[in-house]
Design a binder for this molecule. Structure first.
Ligand code: LIP
Length: 330
């Protein structure tokens, strides 16, 4: 790292990635131990309601990670889901900041559904620059560094560059496999428009579903980070959620972007970026997008004779936001 300890160069990020991968695998061992233990105990606690779950392992993993980061990078800042839940509020600065979800997919973790992970993102100058997402149940490790690509390592295999195959065109939502999440806001004001949106995304417009797009299907992996990783690898065409948090998406944003994916914020952010005369990049992940709790991530799409891949991603984003209803996270 350069003399100015807060200036990160690409070589510094590669060194930080080596540390972060080792830390993710150490955390993964604790997650697996916890998964065994949690099946025989009832040590599952609730945050804002009965579906917003937290366990002693969420807290223990975050404490482990925070402690190891403080030892290795004492000048870096830290934002963590469970620290935030216990009242810590760290303002986003230009300083290198780890943004961590110790167990993303806690509900899956509690139920023994093997789609839970640790998500370790690094924010620098207020943008995500490094991401590590590790699912210890499947031994799937996703990594990405800004400008240096993103990869999936399965078990002891060699890292595979993302996306895993050459991306195919995406003519319309009708040809898309989508990821969404129910989230933990289950009141009428949130869930009715969300359900109506899902109905339109899946519904047949020729058979009673007004505005239906009849997408190929809809999936929910139960983890924002793993949904985004699946978009990055090309197994999903897009993922949309209102209500998750920066720690859920920070690492995944880097991994998806490095795989050619596009990250969009709110309906309003997209509308502003695409309004007449705007020079805003609709896919720039500003601090407002990163912290805005409204995320749409679209997989890499190749250039064709009629449109560039970026034009295609923008077409899909606009079509998608014309189909679903906006809302406000609680
Ligand atoms: C989860 C997110 C998911 C969201 C859930 C929950 P957690 O994170 O990954 O996208 O729908 O409500 O927030 O709580 O398991 O770390």
């Amino acid at each position: 790292m350069s003399a100015d300890t807060q200036t990160l160069k690409p070589v510094d990020l590669r060194s930080i990635l080596t540390f972060t991968v080792k830390l993710a695998r150490t955390a993964g061992t604790l997650i697996l131990e916890g998964s065994q233990a949690i099946q025989t105990t009832s040590d599952v606690n609730e945050k804002k309601n009965s579906v917003d779950l937290v366990t002693e392992y969420d807290v223990a993993v975050e404490e482990l990670v925070k402690s190891e980061i403080a030892k290795a990078y004492p000048s870096f800042k830290f934002i963590g889901e469970e620290s935030y839940s216990s009242g810590t509020r760290n303002e986003l600065t230009d300083e290198p900041t780890f943004c961590v979800d110790p167990i993303d997919g806690t509900t899956n973790f509690v139920h023994g559904f093997p789609f839970a992970c640790i998500s370790l993102g690094l924010i620098y100058q207020k943008r995500p620059v490094l991401g590590v997402i590790y699912n210890p149940f499947l031994d799937h490790l996703y990594t990405g560094i800004e400008g240096q690509g993103s990869f999936l390592t399965r078990g002891n295999s060699q890292p595979l560059k993302l996306p895993l195959t050459n991306p195919k065109p995406l003519p319309s939502l009708q040809k898309a496999l989508l990821a969404i999440e129910w989230g933990s806001d289950r009141g009428k004001k949130t869930l009715v428009p969300k359900s109506d949106s899902f109905l339109r995304l899946a519904g047949d417009p020729a058979d009673g579903i007004a505005g239906g797009r009849m997408a190929h299907s809809i999936r929910s992996l139960g983890s924002a980070a793993l949904n985004i990783s699946m978009v990055a690898q090309g197994g999903l065409d897009l993922y949309w959620e209102i209500g998750c948090w920066p720690w859920d998406v920070c690492a995944g944003i880097v991994i998806a972007q490095e795989a050619g994916g596009a990250v969009v914020g709110s309906h309003a952010a997209l509308a502003a970026a695409t309004s007449a005369g705007s020079s805003i990049d609709p896919f720039k992940v500003t601090p407002d997008v990163l912290t805005g709790r409204k995320y749409l991530i679209i997989r890499a799409i190749p250039d064709t004779l009629n449109e560039t891949g970026r034009e295609a991603q923008l077409r899909i984003a606009r079509d998608f936001y014309q189909t679903v209803e906006d809302g406000e996270p609680k």
